[in-house]
Design a protein around this ligand. Structure first.
Ligand code: COA
Length: 291
């Protein structure tokens, strides 16, 4: 997909160059749309990053492109890792420490989603999403925590705002993200005494993401945007800027929060999939599953 940012980030952004010099991040889903831009920001600010993914070509290409932003071997691609498999994450953590010596920041960003109503959602489909999103987040935290304790580091889970309401066609994701929020809150309490902070970031409607394109379906974009208090879609840069804040010393007393980046949208209800409601419930399952 190419890099979203370049060196001008250092001149235009609110952050100072070298903010994360000497720091190392471990990011699952780091080649994906949102997490990739989080990684770009960290790298531009001096961090070294391991990006963890399933697909070798996608992970290697993203690592190469992001590293070119600053030059040098600052991005380590680790592919063939399924976050549902704890041992694979443990090995990825070891490879990161071997290459970069430490882990200060973790982003549990790997996620899977599709639109599906409850009547057509199989038990295996539910299990698959909960396993990637919730179990995968647990596995990531579990594997990396010993390193975070050593560095008094910080973990950031990628959540959502779906579960604040009964959003249709997202029962599987809503259940998983609610679990992630609960996991992060408990870690903030249990790991605080070890100096480790734990927070969630909850993106709203972010442009250019697969998830948003699917949720909005054929709905009128202009009408959808008008329902967001800030009258625009979010961007991957918005999520990355909040990520920088949550890892920076500026947030050193911030733990156990759900940091919502949605232009105020959840206060008026997450309407997006409502455009498909209730008609989608009565459609042929073969059509539903292709959404
Ligand atoms: N609608 C309904 N059920 C679906 C589905 C869809 N669009 N996609 C997958 N499933 C079901 C499968 O049918 C299967 O259930 P079954 O055994 O009862 O038939 C179950 O989910 C697991 O499917 P599988 O293909 O083995 O998935 P996986 O575990 O390898 O991966 C996803 C799951 C979510 C990653 C995969 O569906 C996917 O690639 N989604 C789109 C990409 C994506 O999620 N990107 C991230 C956006 S946040």
């Amino acid at each position: 997909m190419g890099c979203t940012w370049d060196q001008s980030f250092l001149e235009k952004s609110s952050w100072k160059a070298d903010l994360f010099k000497g720091k190392v991040a471990f990011v699952t889903g780091g080649a994906g749309t949102i997490c990739r831009v989080q990684v770009e920001a960290l790298v531009l600010l001096g961090c070294k990053v391991a990006i963890i993914g399933r697909n070798k070509e996608k992970t290697d290409t993203a690592a190469k492109e992001i590293a070119q932003l600053v030059g040098g071997d600052v991005v380590l691609p680790i592919s063939g890792v399924d976050v549902r498999e704890f041992k694979q994450l443990e090995s990825a953590v070891n490879q990161t420490v071997q290459a970069f010596g430490r882990i200060d920041f973790v982003i549990a960003g790997a996620a899977g989603n599709f639109i599906c109503d409850f009547n057509h959602l199989s038990a295996n489909a539910f299990k698959s999403v909960v396993s990637i999103d919730l179990l995968g987040s647990f596995n990531t935290a579990k594997a990396a925590m010993p390193e975070l304790i050593k560095t008094k580091g910080s973990i950031l889970f990628v959540s959502a705002t779906f579960h604040y309401y009964g959003v249709p066609y997202q029962s599987h994701v809503g259940a998983a993200k609610a679990g992630i929020d609960a996991l992060s809150n408990s870690l903030a309490v249990e790991m605080g005494p070890f100096g480790v902070r734990s927070n969630c970031i909850a993106p709203g409607a972010i442009s250019g993401t697969e998830g948003f394109d699917r949720l909005i379906g054929g709905a009128d974009r202009k009408k959808t945007l008008s329902r967001i208090p800030l009258q625009r879609l979010g961007t991957t840069e918005d999520i990355a800027n909040s990520t920088v804040y949550l890892f920076s010393p500026a947030s050193s007393y911030v733990s156990g929060t759900i940091h919502i980046v949605d232009g105020g949208a959840w206060h008026v209800g997450t309407h997006f999939s409502h455009e498909l409601y209730p008609d989608l419930l009565f459609k042929d399952p073969k059509i539903t599953s292709k959404l």
